[in-house]
Structures are given as structure tokens and as C-alpha cells.
Design a protein around this ligand. Structure first.
Ligand code: ADP
Length: 256
């Protein structure tokens, strides 16, 4: 039996998928300060979850910004290719992937036969990424899950600054004016969605759209984007794993 592993070392989280034609096991851990160590630890955790040994795995494929530090992978592949591959496995009609991770966001256009046709990436600043949400929840002293719950059904206050640093000052000002946290939470969620909608205007987004990355764990952001695009909008059960899954599939295809 062919068994492969995909390891995605992201700026915030490191993910692993063990694959044998279906998803056999997964693991997610924080990347921390040592991406090399995180890659090794997440691999061992996923193996353990599958009841496997390292020698059982035929090919390990690395992806994510930290993939260069992965010393035991046979192959390294860009996140763009891996997210496209993972999304098509989960939702075979995917023509666009929207990925919002810890420090970048991207939109990937895919041809009918599954090849990456085009992509656009925002990796220059934290606006519109998970990092933006983390800074804002820090100011509000709430968790990411609470941010979603608070935002749900609340009228968003307008947050004018896209830059994380300026938005931070703006939110401190809103709290001083006693604007309710719920309205601020809804404003933060709306800001992320707006940023993403403006990014997607530069790539033709065809139906179906699959949303990946950690921020897709937020149901409110998913709902706003889904409404804004009006297309079939797929969200994986564990959206953070889409890149690692794609890497594992690329390894699997290499073995055949
Ligand atoms: P990377 O690959 O860059 O490490 P991930 O795709 O693993 O990024 O996503 C990490 C990001 O996901 C974190 O910055 C965090 O803010 C975000 N995230 C995780 N869970 C949630 C949630 N429930 N709501 C909003 N954002 C979330």
C-alpha cells in the first residue's frame, strides 16, 4: 500500500496529512520559532495518530513558507500548487481557491483540468490575514472563536484603516468611545472580507470557489464571502489542512 505525507510549514501553524488514497490522519501544531522542529514534530504526531512508523511512509512532500527547512522531505512544492491540488481533491469542481492564512492571503484560478492558471498573493502586509485578526482579538481580549460569535448578527462599525497598526489605534479609539465590542467585532470581520473581495477583483473567480486556510474556520467571514461571491462556495471540514493534503496527494501521484 502506498502511504505518503504532506507537511505544510506555515507562518503560524504547521500541518501534516498522512494519505493512502484517502486522508488517514492529520495533525496541526503551532509553528513557533523553529520551523524545522515543528515540521518534524507534526510529522511524528500525524504518524502516531495513524498508528504508523516513519518507515511506512513512501514519500514526504513539504510545502508552506518554511518548507526549505524540512530536511527529510523528498520533494518541496509551492503552496499555490498544493492548495489547488488539495481543494480539487475535496471539491473536484473547484475553479478558484481563496486561501487566508496567518500572514498572507491568495486567490488561485484553476483550469477545468485542474492546472493552476493564475494566482494573486498578498504577502506584503498583515491586512486581510489571520495576523490582523489575532492583533484585533488581542485588543478586545477575546478568542478568535468569540470574535465570530460576537460579530454574528451585529451591525458592523466602520473600520477605515486597512493597515494593522492604524486599525489597532482606531479600535482603541472606538473602545474609548464605548462602541460595543460586538459592533467592533463585526467591523473587524467585515474589514477582512472587504480586503479579500478587493484582492479577488484582480483574478477571474470562476464557480466553484473553495475557501482554505485558518481564517476559513470563522463562520462569519465564510458567510460574508459566500454572499459576496454568489457562487458555489465550499469550505473544507478542516480548511487549514488543504495545503498539506495537496502535498500528500502530489507525493502519492509520484509513487504511481
Ligand atoms: P499559515 O499557513 O500561514 O500558518 P493557517 O492557514 O494555518 O496559516 O492559518 C492560521 C491563521 O488562522 C491564524 O493566523 C489564525 O488567526 C487563523 N484562525 C484560526 N482559527 C480561526 C478562527 N476560528 N477564526 C478566525 N481565524 C482563525
Amino acid at each position: 500500500m502506498v502511504i505518503t505525507a504532506g507537511i505544510d510549514i506555515g507562518s503560524t501553524a504547521t500541518k501534516a496529512v498522512i494519505f493512502d488514497g484517502t486522508i488517514r490522519s492529520t495533525a496541526i501544531i503551532p509553528t513557533g520559532w523553529n520551523p524545522k522542529e515543528a515540521g518534524r514534530s507534526v510529522f511524528l504526531e500525524a504518524l502516531d495518530n495513524a498508528g504508523l512508523q516513519e518507515r511506512d511512509v513512501g514519500t514526504v512532500v513539504g510545502t508552506g513558507y518554511g518548507r526549505v527547512s524540512l530536511s527529510f522531505s523528498e520533494k518541496k512544492v509551492t503552496e499555490i500548487t498544493c492548495h489547488a491540488k488539495g481543494a480539487r481533491f475535496l471539491f473536484p469542481q473547484t475553479r478558484t481557491v481563496i486561501d487566508i492564512g496567518g500572514q498572507d492571503s491568495k486567490v488561485i484560478a484553476i483550469t477545468e483540468d485542474g492546472t493552476v492558471a493564475d494566482f494573486i498573493m498578498n504577502d506584503k502586509c498583515a491586512a486581510g490575514t489571520g495576523r490582523f485578526l489575532q492583533v484585533m482579538t488581542g485588543i478586545l481580549d477575546i478568542s478568535l472563536a468569540e470574535l465570530g460569535r460576537m460579530a454574528s448578527g451585529s451591525k458592523p462599525v466602520s473600520i477605515n484603516s486597512m493597515c494593522t497598526v492604524f486599525a489597532e489605534s482606531e479600535i482603541i479609539g472606538l473602545l474609548a468611545q464605548e462602541v460595543p465590542k460586538e459592533a467592533i467585532a463585526a467591523g473587524i470581520v467585515q474589514t477582512i472580507a472587504n480586503k479579500m473581495i478587493s484582492l479577488t477583483s484582480r483574478v477571474s473567480c470562476l464557480d466553484e470557489i473553495t475557501f482554505s486556510g485558518g481564517v476559513a474556520n470563522n463562520p462569519e467571514i465564510c458567510a460574508i464571502l459566500s454572499t459576496a461571491f454568489g457562487a458555489k462556495f465550499n469550505i473544507a471540514h478542516q480548511p487549514q489542512l488543504v495545503g498539506a493534503l495537496g502535498a500528500a496527494i502530489i507525493g502519492f501521484e509520484k509513487q504511481y
